[in-house]
Design a protein around this ligand. Sequence first.
Ligand code: ADP
Ligand code: MG
Length: 708
Amino acid sequence: MSNFLIKRPQTIFNLFSSISKLNGVGEKRLTVLKKKIGPYIINILFYLPIKAIDRFQNTSLRTIEHGSIITCEVEVVEIIIPPFNFRKKNNISRIITFGLDQEKNIRLDLIYFGQNTKYLRNIYKVGNKIIVSGKFENFSGVGQIVHPDYVTTNNQRNLIPKIETIYPLFIGFNQKFISKLVSECLKQIPYFEEWLSQDTINKLNLPNWKECIVKTHNPNKMSDTELISNYRRRLALDELIANQISMLLIKSKISKEKTIKNIEKHDNILEKLYNLLPFKLTKNQNEVVNEILSDLHSNNTMIRMLQGDVGSGKTIVALITMLSSISDGSQSVLLVPTEILAIQHFNTINEFLKPLNINVCLLLGESKGSYNKKERLAIIEDIANGSIKIIVGTHALISEKVNYKNLSLAVIDEQHRFGVNQRVKITEKGSNVNILVMTATPIPRSLALTAYGDMNISTITEKPKGRKPIKTYVLPQSKIEDVLKSIKRAIENEALIYWVCPLIEESESTDLIAVNERFDYLKNYFKDCNISLVHGKQDKIDRENSMNDFKNGKSKILVATTVIEVGVDIPNATIMVIECAERFGLAQVHQLRGRVGRNDKESSCILLYKTELTPIAHSRLKILKDTNDGFVISEQDLILRGPGEVLGSKQSGNVDFKFVDLHVHSDLIELARKEASNLIKNDKERLKINTLLSIFENNEAIKLLKGG
Ligand code: ADP
Ligand code: MG
């Protein structure tokens, strides 16, 4: 199934019909619903309740607590309704009731603000016994319910749902409306042929898909709504299967049989490179290199991930891989997420390869003036005619205008900054392109499987010899004077300092203000030394000058936004200051911190936080202080913030699950893989595959298979 494209089966057309036909959905509401939930019936079905309440859990006025939901029978004793023409917003109607039987003497007031009084007079009559349900409040000793959710008579009590699901709301919509929409949509669920194997259904005791959706919205008991209920587990399993199918299909799209590359395992050129290196590869680096080289020599395309904490020395492994891959005359690219990093890698690689007489080129995106257009076109031409073998660059490498003569290897650095989309695009630039993705964010296995499918993984666990652990300090912003003083001393001792400015979530332009302000402030404070500034909106030349000045030690402090987050390698820098560290993801701070500790000197990282941390923010900063282990950090990040944070926003599309919660459902991943590969093996199962993939089409990997 290597060229599989999703085709939505006719059997589920119903689920993809527009919500415009549903009752009560006029044009105005349609616009909002489309935006907030989605245009189709299925979007409503997948609009999950945030919680459920058991309306009959509390039925006694004697024991009810302030703020809880109560459903109880009362008798109306007095109706106080202001005259109709005085009806204003703050006009209060009060229905005084008392409990029955043992609760005869307990009063409960039903309060309405500005309610249509005619309506109230209709439903309430003195002496009537009614059932009310709503949120109980103790208001200066008198119990009350403001705007009860349900008022009915005893023989109609079954109109009050036992377990009620509560949906997230938005302006102009209330619970009742959304519930009604959902029940209408539930009626539209067609019959599906079961896609799970009988074995799995029996073993896990799973209901069918339809029942699971129905029970998610209309549970019989509270436990039905829990993530560990069989209903939710089945939906999670289905979603994981769809995810694994898409991963397998993408893999078969990328990975093909190939003819064995005509390259020597330890040819001359590698020997020469090794002799030029200022260091010896660590044992671990050598092992990883061997794994990669044997992939290159096999008759299957390589899809390998190289994991290694920040500073573990992945770049040299990438270079070795590229160098051996081009020895059969083909081309290699190194794809990186930022221009700063592309320039840095280009310079490093160029330095190593110059003595070997191998040309490298740098390809960045088209930009405002500072980059020579002619030069760029010449490079693109040299890439197309094959005269350049090693190319370093940003996203420009996968742009439509760039064609390769014979691309056979793509190394993707800081892979967490890219999506599965880019991974596929680069392989489409050649036939049988080997892929090596590199990441410093070690990913817990559960996530790796869902985000990457079954890539082979190589790991560098040891850092180059002589590295000292980075000392991390966590301080409130109010201590900034102390920090500045110690930095002054450090500068006198030849230190280079990164100063990362707060991430301000509202917009990039406010980030820019922050970084400029800090730059001016520090320039003023450290009058005797040079300070540089880098950010994403800067002119390329200015930015390169800043980076170079800092690298050469001409300027002592580099004030930066997160553009320096990944990959930047300036071994002499030993201090990293991060302002408003609580706003950054854990993995992100760990990456930033990894910019120091790259030589044999003591390095430190100072995390400044704004006042009053939430307990979560506090424990996150503590984790950073306590450990330098990227693996521990990313597992903790997964627990505290969820998969999107660990993988970075670009990739979270792959694991942006509706039903799967990776903490709760990770035991289902292996099973999902098994079910997925069984379905894929069998050509007769296309209908089931198409159904599953269509239902869960929001997944980024799946979108790709749709050709979108
Ligand atoms: P990362 O894994 O974060 O990409 P880099 O490849 O940037 O790490 O390497 C970090 C630094 O360690 C670089 O300055 C590099 O030259 C150096 N380095 C890499 N391998 C070794 C080694 N075996 N011994 C000493 N230094 C090394
Ligand atoms: Mg790197």
